[in-house]
Unconditional design. Sequence first.
Length: 172
Amino acid sequence: SYTIAAHSGTVTMTGNSPVISSQDRMVYWPSTEAPLANQESCATWSSQDPAQASGVVTQEGLALRVATVDGVTRGLTVTKGVWASANFALNVHIWNTAWWVPFRLLKSFNLSSYLGTGSAISHLPWDVCARVVGSTLQFEVWLKGRTPPPWGDAAQGGTVQLPAGWDFAGEA
C-alpha cells in the first residue's frame, strides 16, 4: 500500500508495506486526468534507497497513455534503472496485461556521461519529464535546480519510436 498526499500542486507517494517481488509496479494518476493521445508528465525523483527491508530499490518512473479496454491495461513507462545499481540508465517499456510477461523493453538509455556511475552518480533529487506525440516518446532528466535540457538532447534524455498500434488515448 502507498500513502498519497497532494498539496499545492504536488503529489508525494510513500510506500508503507513490503514489495512482494522485484517486478511489482504501481501506476498512479489523478482521477481528473483526461485521456489524451499526446501528453506530457513530469516529476521529481527523490529516492534510490531500498523501499523496504527486502532490499528492493525504489524504481521511480513516469507513465503515459495508460488505458484499460475490455479488462486489458496498456501503457508506456519511462523508469529509472535499478538492476545492478544502474541508476544512470533510463528504460522505456510498453505494457500490456494480456501478455504473458506484461512488459517489454523498447530501449534503454545510458545517461552515465551526465549522471555519473557508482559512487560518482549525481545525487537525487532529479527532475524528469516525458512526453509522447504520435508515435514518438521522448524524455529528459536534469539535476534539481538546473535548467531543463531541450527535447531530444541525447546526453540528458532520449527519443524512441513506438511500435505500430501504440498511438492511442490514455492517461498520464
